[in-house]
Design a protein around this ligand. Structure first.
Ligand SMILES: C[S@@+](CC[C@H](N)C(=O)[O-])C[C@H]1O[C@@H](n2cnc3c(N)ncnc32)[C@H](O)[C@@H]1O
Length: 204
């Protein structure tokens, strides 16, 4: 979908991907202090539940969104949460062309990779490598996972979301990232249980 299509989905409230809360996997990682320190980028953050979760854990996170209406929603949630612009911010920008002042320490991707056209996936991985400092971490909460993993064929699929094969994500990031772990998620939204994997990748 292009930018105007995302915007019209947000304006119409047609956002079935939005669970209204941070990803349980992220909440678990933050509670265990298992996310590297530093500046976090959250591409395609939607209403920004995960951006707010980072801020509430005392982390500095920047969300990126192409849909202005998603950002409006984020701002009202931020106000309800009593957080300032300095603590949590979402910028109207395209992940593929956004130019940050400095590289990030962490990228958190949840339901962004599955939302873009599958033909953009290689560019998504390369862009992640450009936006992270060497040694930085790309954390991908991979959803929805094709079942069973490892069987993804090239066949057509109506999306978004475009289902993902965790092993294909491994191949996508391999040119720039070393694998830290790739495994099924143990904490998911009930409606997503069994269809999420966590991949953690270190920028070489
Ligand atoms: C499926 S939604 C997921 C939102 C959020 N991550 C969540 O879990 O609720 C994907 C989001 O990515 C945004 N988006 C799509 N292409 C983008 C791009 N190139 N750069 C930044 N955001 C983009 C859309 O506007 C949409 O809000």
């Amino acid at each position: 979908m292009n930018e105007p299509e995302w915007e019209s989905r947000w304006r119409a409230g047609n956002t079935p991907w939005d669970t209204g809360a941070p990803a349980p996997t992220l909440s678990t990682l933050l509670a265990a202090d298992d996310v590297p320190a530093g500046r976090v980028l959250v591409p395609g953050c939607g209403a920004g539940h995960d951006v707010l979760a980072f801020a509430q854990a005392g982390r500095t996170a920047l969300g990126l969104e192409v849909a202005a209406s998603a950002i409006e929603r984020f701002r009202s949630l931020r106000e309800v949460a009593g957080l300032s612009e300095d603590a949590a911010y979402v910028r109207l920008a395209d992940y593929f062309s956004f130019e940050p002042a400095q590289p990030f320490d962490v990228i958190w991707d949840y339901t962004f990779l599955c939302a873009i056209d599958p033909q953009q996936r290689a560019a998504w991985a390369q862009r992640a490598s450009e936006l992270l400092r060497p040694g930085g971490e790309l954390i991908t909460l991979i959803f929805p996972v094709i079942e069973p993993p490892g069987t993804l064929g090239p066949g057509p699929h109506e999306g978004p979301p475009y289902p993902l094969d965790p092993y294909a994500v491994r191949e996508l990031v391999a040119p720039w990232f070393a694998e830290r772990s790739l495994e099924p998620a143990t904490h998911s939204h009930p409606k997503r249980a069994g269809r999420e994997w966590v991949g953690r990748w270190e920028r070489r």
